[in-house]
Design a protein around this ligand. Structure first.
Ligand SMILES: [Zn+2]
Length: 104
């Protein structure tokens, strides 16, 4: 994923500054540590996906919601999110809406 893939917005000075802040805060160490991790973080990842914020995507753009990650982990996470999103959509289609028995 690149910044330009982020809602069609191009990388701004604010983006670049936050990325540098986040990388420095996390000591340029990858915070995911996945199976293909190379250790040294060069990218900035949204912990909670921007899409999860719905019509307030700017809320995702905070230092708190960002962490330093390496390129392989970031790529792996993006791929996983794609799979999960597809599985979610499938589950939604298949399962009828049921009233939750646990709710009073
Ligand atoms: Zn990593």
């Amino acid at each position: 994923m690149t910044w330009t893939g982020n809602g069609g917005r191009t990388s701004t000075a604010a983006h670049r500054q936050r990325r540098r802040r986040v990388l420095e805060r996390d000591n340029h160490q990858c915070q995911i540590r996945g199976p293909k991790c190379i250790g040294t973080a060069t990218e900035c990842d949204h912990i909670i996906n921007v899409k999860a914020f719905g019509n307030q995507p700017e809320l995702a753009e905070s230092d708190e919601n960002c962490r330093a990650v390496c390129n392989p982990c970031h790529a792996n996470k993006s791929a996983l999110e794609g799979v999960q999103a597809r599985a979610k959509r499938r589950a939604k289609l298949k399962l009828p809406v049921q009233k939750h028995p646990g709710l009073r």
